[in-house]
Design a protein around this ligand. Structure first.
Ligand SMILES: C[S@@+](CC[C@H](N)C(=O)[O-])C[C@H]1O[C@@H](n2cnc3c(N)ncnc32)[C@H](O)[C@@H]1O
Length: 466
């Protein structure tokens, strides 16, 4: 199964079009709340509770049951008779088909309130001794993404860019994207136009293989420059001939090729090769400047990523003997903390990100005491952690949260302070409960609006030993 093009914002349902004419079999009802999976909860006049894609709390209207599942019934909002005061026009014309940003029709303040409520609900008693700090809000709810990945596909003879529809590898063609930075939209469209003049076939599935699959780009919004990456199934000298045309696109600082012929899994993985221009993109993220290559992780939202580093610095102790930054990426947190520590160890599984982290550590002043280790945090944590009150462990795992071995290593070594950066309040709640068992108390939480128009929330949390 192909991944959705916005992996962080993937949701389980497709939103309806609220203006669909009323069908014969409708039931009156209202939307009562948002749901953490990206849709909304509704209550029909019959008393039946339903899940409503595209609903906004406060909407009153007519609902059509679309699916009765084991745990929930789904309904389409066939007609909105009285729109919620929080209903706004969705800026994206393919909001219903793409599914990447399911809350676009919800006013930003109501989105924010719901995300915070889900965080509080999820963490429950774990918050008893915690201060929840004000949410760091996104100044630009539209055009905020400074990292993009769009699928390429021939549709009716024309080369189109778009996103995978939820849980399929069907293309939802899109001319740009309302949440991507305009510079990314323009550069990706220009790159698509270059490729459209070739006879390179697009990949559809294992049964219908092709040569080109997707375009990705990371952007520094402060300079307008970015790294463009063409995802292909196999290398070919034609890509070298196309490189000057792609490099000439405004905003393209470097052009890279990523070879990935795996039918499933993340598109932007495999082997990368530089075709022209810059090898890495320089990003000034608040207190730290890093360079990042085409395949290494970088946060989706540049301004909020910088605020996240500020939050980590705010919550971290002023001086420690050792910082262990597990799931380190290109090293943003560990490197930002280098002046506060006698030693810093970065652990990262991706060879590409590890290479970038090593280059960053060797380039930055005052980072001679930073060691970068490539490997699985689950296998390495027990060996890397030194333990004791003057150790700070930074955890910033993928959405699934920390592996149990990592939590077990923390429980065994008992470092004094943990900073846990999470993009999933559910995983954070599970891991915080396990850490609580080991004697850690959640002290502070800083919510950050990394993904406007989605239910997802980034959180930086501080835990200390009781
Ligand atoms: C959410 S990103 C955070 C990266 C970094 N802290 C940042 O903010 O840019 C998670 C990182 O963990 C890495 N990763 C995933 N699984 C891992 C594992 N089992 N062990 C170590 N690193 C892992 C990913 O490659 C990715 O760079």
């Amino acid at each position: 199964m192909a991944p959705p093009a916005h992996p962080e914002e993937a949701v389980s349902e497709t939103a309806p079009t609220p203006s669909t004419p009323r069908a014969a079999s409708t039931t009156p009802g209202r939307v009562v709340a948002l749901h953490p999976d990206g849709d909304a909860r509704g209550e029909l006049a019959t008393g039946e509770l339903v899940r409503v894609p595209g609903g906004v709390p406060g909407d009153v209207g007519a609902f059509t049951i679309t699916h009765r599942g084991k745990n929930a019934t789904w309904a389409r909002l066939a007609e909105v008779t009285t729109p919620s005061p929080d209903r706004v026009a969705a800026p994206c014309p393919v909001v219903a088909e793409c599914g990447g940003c399911p809350w676009q029709m919800v006013a930003p303040a109501a989105q924010r309130e719901a995300r915070l409520a889900f965080l509080r609900e999820g963490l429950g008693d774990a918050l008893a001794e915690a201060t929840v700090h004000p949410t760091v809000t996104s100044q630009a709810p539209g055009g905020y993404r400074t990292r993009a990945l769009m699928v390429l596909r021939h549709v009716g003879g024309a080369l189109r860019l778009g996103f995978y529809a939820p849980r399929t590898n069907d293309l939802v063609p899109a001319e740009g994207c309302a949440v991507q930075h305009p510079r990314l939209n323009a550069a990706l469209a220009a790159a698509r136009d270059v490729l459209a003049k070739t006879d390179l076939a697009t990949w559809r599935s294992e049964d219908r293989p092709g040569h080109i699959r997707a375009l990705a780009m990371k952007l520094d919004p402060t300079t307008g420059d970015g790294l463009l990456t063409l995802v292909v199934t196999r290398d070919d000298p034609r890509f070298d001939r196309l490189a000057p045309l792609l490099q000439a696109i405004p905003g393209v600082a470097g052009v890279h090729l990523c070879r990935n012929d795996a039918p499933a899994g993340p598109l932007l993985s495999g082997a990368a090769r530089r075709l022209s221009g810059a090898s890495r993109l320089t990003l000034h993220l608040g207190a730290v400047t890093v360079q990042v290559g085409p395949l290494a992780f970088v946060q989706t939202h540049h301004a909020v990523a910088a605020a996240m580093i500020d939050a980590v610095l705010e919550l971290a102790p002023a001086a420690v003997a050792h910082v262990a930054d597990l799931y380190a990426g290109v090293g943003v947190f560990g490197l930002a903390l280098r002046d506060r520590a006698g030693a810093v160890t970065l652990v990262e599984a991706s060879p590409d990100a590890t290479r970038d982290a090593r280059a960053n550590a060797s380039r930055l002043p005052g980072a001679a005491h930073v060691k970068v280790v490539e490997g699985d945090a689950a296998a390495l944590a027990a060996g890397v952690l030194r333990g004791g009150a003057d150790e700070l462990v930074v955890l910033d795992p993928p959405r699934a949260g920390c592996r149990p071995e990592v939590l077990a290593a923390v429980a065994a070594k008992r470092p004094g302070t943990l900073i846990y950066a999470s993009c999933s309040p559910r995983s954070l709640a599970r891991d915080a409960a396990a850490l609580n068992e080991a004697g850690y108390v959640l002290r502070d939480l800083v919510p950050l609006e990394m993904f406007p128009h989605t239910p997802h929330l980034e959180v930086v949390a501080k835990l200390t030993l009781r």
